[in-house]
Ligand binder design. Structure first.
Ligand SMILES: Cc1cc2nc3c(=O)[nH]c(=O)nc-3n(C[C@H](O)[C@H](O)[C@H](O)COP(=O)(O)O)c2cc1C
Length: 179
């Protein structure tokens, strides 16, 4: 028997990222779990309009998406606890500027630099539609064909109901070869 629990968001666990943007000439970082795939070329970041980072994204239309793993989860978590509206977070990470000017976290093993092509506002959220322009990956976690090896790289996941972090686990099988 299944019970209808109402309109509950149930798309978890979700990968955790730190979004980086320049705001008034300095980098700012925000923890985000509500992000999604759009086509094979774009992703979407769902961010509360009042966040300090949003101001920089609106101004520059460029962001970095830094995929969190356990090695820097503590530092990433801090970016979800304090806002640049009150506290200067610009020195939280060593960073490198991407080709389009997005600040990218050196410690992150996977970082995408993106251009913001559109903003869809919904219920106090700005949903940034972003085109991926470059993906920087630590060489140790790359396969010979320059793909990310998820046997080696374990993104951190987040689940809403209990506000906890998880890690990706074991391989269950090969896609389209399960039968
Ligand atoms: C685990 C976790 C996930 C979060 N996910 C999101 C999210 O998807 N979208 C969002 O707008 N805020 C999210 N937040 C909240 C922001 O990270 C937080 O409010 C941050 O301080 C905003 O920083 P800023 O004002 O400097 O941009 C999350 C926080 C935590 C702890």
């Amino acid at each position: 028997m299944k019970k209808n629990t109402g309109a509950q968001l149930a798309l978890y666990p979700a990968p955790v990222i730190v979004v980086g943007a320049m705001v008034d000439g300095k980098p700012n970082w925000t923890l985000v779990a509500h992000a999604g795939v759009m086509a094979h070329s774009h992703l979407m970041l769902s961010m509360v309009k009042a966040h300090y980072t949003n101001k920089g994204i609106r101004e520059n239309k460029v962001v970095s998406v830094n995929v969190v793993d356990a090695s820097w989860l503590g530092d990433a978590d801090k970016m979800g606890c304090v806002s640049g509206n009150k506290t200067d977070k610009s020195e939280a990470f060593a960073y490198t500027l991407g080709e389009r000017g997005a600040p990218m976290i050196d410690e992150a093993k996977v970082t995408m630099e993106c251009e913001v092509e559109d903003i869809y506002e919904l219920q106090g959220f700005e949903n940034f539609i972003c085109r991926i322009t470059a993906t920087y990956v630590e060489e140790d976690i790359l396969t010979e064909k320059d793909k990310i090896d998820y046997r080696k790289f374990k993104p951190v996941l987040f689940q809403f109901p209990t506000y906890e972090y998880l890690e990706t686990g074991d391989i269950l099988g090969a896609c389209m070869k399960m039968n």
